[in-house]
Design a protein around this ligand. Structure first.
Ligand SMILES: Cc1ncc(COP(=O)(O)O)c(C=O)c1O
Length: 419
């Protein structure tokens, strides 16, 4: 049902993003295949930020209208954030500068619940923002255990994960999807196994969030973090903390700060205009599945929109992967099996024989096609694949505003460069 929904209104969707109208060096429309590094924003997001700064700009909890409205903007953002990820309540949602800052903050807080010799399991498939905050606890005697991945298709070695769990495992921190190679991990099964071993679970959903439906209640994790600039919003981070954990977690905070969740996790004044933009980004996502009779249930709309997005993106992945497989010298890293597209995001990374990743990105850049090269802070992935000395990967990162004709332009460019 949702299969053709995005394709049928792709022009209307694209017209909402001012950035998609710009032209680049070569005078052609820019092709934004840089989405895993940050997505573009709809005009409504820009407008909401402008409106906040023009009419509502204030600090919180004051006795005057702009402050009252600022409180409302933030409270509404918690409700929309909860709807976005299927969290039980608005107070389970807190905001911060970005995912990395939030994760360091939470790792320091979790240390208060740990003792020397306790174990944390992390994976080699993760972005370093879900690695370094846990490695930082080693100096306090916390032991780190690594889950490896299969280099042939970049999927986690789930059997190894089961073997690493022990009665000392206190936390399992895992990415929902890899920002380097697009693998979607089975977060639900990982959490289930971790819980059975008595461990807490921390999910980095930064890369997954723009591509599929997050359902925190179904995953049953204790923490889930993401960043709005990856899902059509401004540069802010968002976190879910399970209430029973949030209540007991001791966190560094300035003394006058509200000691109760969610505010207790929020160090200092938030990025209010960013939060106003976040609300508009949520409304944008909900609107994708709206018909003439829009639902008032935001979660229901988000569920439909994300189903439509992932169906559309699987079609894009199919076209991109098939096209790449046809170009001599191109090697795809990650899941390339067309029957397994539901297990990957439309983030497809490659190398091209005889060319450095930077060289390829540069050549594509000259053609106004934006792709990233390097390690994308997924340093463990690049090392495990043995690519650190050769410049890492070229990452082609599609999203729901990408089109099949843009893929054709990329493939034509690659064919010329690889020749
Ligand atoms: C999978 C993943 N996790 C974490 C991060 C870090 O997010 P932030 O920039 O919000 O700290 C990124 C950023 O690229 C990412 O892709």
């Amino acid at each position: 049902m949702s299969d053709g929904m995005i394709a049928s209104k792709i022009d209307t969707i694209r017209s909402q993003f001012p950035a998609l109208q710009r032209k680049g060096h070569a005078g052609q429309p820019c092709v934004y295949f840089d989405a895993p590094g940050g997505t573009q924003v709809p005009a409504a997001v820009i407008e909401a930020m402008k409106h906040y700064l023009s009419a509502q700009n204030s600090n919180t909890h004051g006795q005057f209208i702009t402050s009252e409205e600022s409180d409302q903007v933030i409270e509404h953002a918690r409700e929309l954030g909860a709807a976005f990820i299927g969290a039980p309540g608005a107070s389970d949602i807190h905001f911060g500068a970005n995912m990395s800052t939030i994760t360091f903050h939470l790792s320091r807080a979790l240390l208060n619940m740990l003792s020397a010799g306790d174990e944390i399991i992390i994976t080699r498939l993760d972005h370093d923002a879900n690695i370094s905050p846990w490695l930082a606890l080693q100096k306090f005697g916390i032991q780190i255990k690594w889950v490896d991945f299969n280099p042939e298709n970049c999927t986690l070695k789930m059997d190894d994960f089961g073997k690493l769990l022990s009665d000392r495992t206190r936390l399992v921190a895992v990415g929902y999807a890899s920002n380097a190679v697009g693998t979607i991990n089975d977060a639900k099964s990982i959490v289930k196994q971790a819980k059975a071993a008595g461990a807490l679970t921390f999910i980095d959903a930064v890369h997954f969030a723009p591509h599929g439906l997050i359902d925190v209640k179904a995953i049953d994790c204790d923490f889930l973090v993401c960043s709005a600039y990856k899902f059509f919003g401004p540069h802010i981070g968002m976190a879910y903390v399970r209430k029973s954990v949030a209540d007991i977690l001791q966190v560094d905070r300035v003394r006058p700060q509200n000691p109760l969740p969610p505010e207790k996790f929020e160090t200092g004044t938030l990025n209010h205009e960013g939060i106003a933009g976040f609300n508009a980004a949520m409304n944008y996502l909900a609107s994708l599945s709206q018909t003439d009779s829009p639902t008032t249930d935001v979660r229901q709309a988000i569920v439909k929109s994300m189903a439509a997005i992932s169906a559309y993106e699987q079609q894009l992945s199919r076209k991109l992967i098939t096209g790449l497989q046809d170009i001599t010298g191109v090697k795809i890293y990650g899941i390339a099996d067309l029957k397994a597209l539901a297990h990957r995001t439309p983030t497809v990374s490659i190398t091209v024989e005889g060319h450095t990743p930077q060289g390829i990105a540069h050549e594509l850049g000259k053609r106004d096609i934006f792709v990233w090269d390097g390690d994308f802070y997924a340093v463990e992935v690049i090392q495990r694949l043995g690519l650190e000395k050769s410049g890492g990967l070229v990452r082609i990162g599609l999203t729901h505003y990408s089109t099949t004709s843009e893929i054709d332009r990329l493939l034509a460019g690659l064919r010329e460069i690889a020749r």
